[in-house]
Design a protein around this ligand. Sequence first.
Ligand SMILES: Nc1ncnc2c1ncn2[C@@H]1O[C@H](COP(=O)(O)OP(=O)(O)OP(=O)(O)O)[C@@H](O)[C@H]1O
Ligand SMILES: [Mg+2]
Length: 267
Amino acid sequence: MSADANSQSDVETVVETVVEVQKLLNKIGEFVLHRELDFEVRAGEVMTLVGGSGSGKTQLVRVILGLKRPSAGLVRVFGVGWDDPSYARVRAARERMGMLFQNGALYSAFTVYQNVAFPLRERGGLDEEAIRAIVYAKLAQVELEPKHADLLPASLSGGMVKRVALARALALSPELLILDEPTAGLDPDRSDAFVRLIKRMRSEYRFAVLMVTHDLDTLHDLSDRVSVLADQHIIASGSIDEVRSVPHRFIENFFGGERGRRAFTAA
Ligand SMILES: Nc1ncnc2c1ncn2[C@@H]1O[C@H](COP(=O)(O)OP(=O)(O)OP(=O)(O)O)[C@@H](O)[C@H]1O
Ligand SMILES: [Mg+2]
């Protein structure tokens, strides 16, 4: 066990809201990207964030991950703000999240094994034998074989890269998994397979998911709730049906277009 394992149990409180963003102001230089933005992800749910390209979805994820400091407003993950003075609390909250980034999913100089082992080594407290057991178990969960462990990312297909990145995101058994465009760049079959995989993992582990996607089929298959980012803030939040009925240009185009009709009538 790591030196601060005991202190972690003190600070891991059970919260119903795993992500809480209130009145966020987020500027990039003088440019205001988010203003008066409220957003939440509840324990165990799949919350899908949609919005036009460049509307600031990835940047919002970066703020939630603590990679970007907001200009004003409240951001809490598992009840902890990234400016919390307790390093143990911040670290414990960080280790309860797993992230699958939109681009550059894997470390290109590391093998599959080293990529999945990375967060386990970062956390510390495990010997190589324990790390190996977890890495191979995670690879099996995402339907990769042991023989793939020594490959470098450059020799993997797009679908395999996503699955290795998912194995890495799940290495610490997170309670919140963040997925930024998880099916972008995959063909429809691979995309369906990836959605099935996430569904299956969730039915086993019940983690919450914050997912960014443009893909209506993925949204339809996975979401419990949807939030729409437009005009610098969240303009609608709720079930798919609740959100679809909100009168707004982006919502009408996104859900009401030909793609939207196909995704929502096929079920
Ligand atoms: N470092 C930066 N400097 C200036 N502008 C930036 C910077 N980083 C991001 N932006 C701008 O912030 C806006 C939001 O970017 P973001 O990546 O969050 O969009 P997005 O909603 O994720 O889009 P997409 O759906 O295409 O992934 C974009 O207009 C982008 O140009
Ligand atoms: Mg993005």
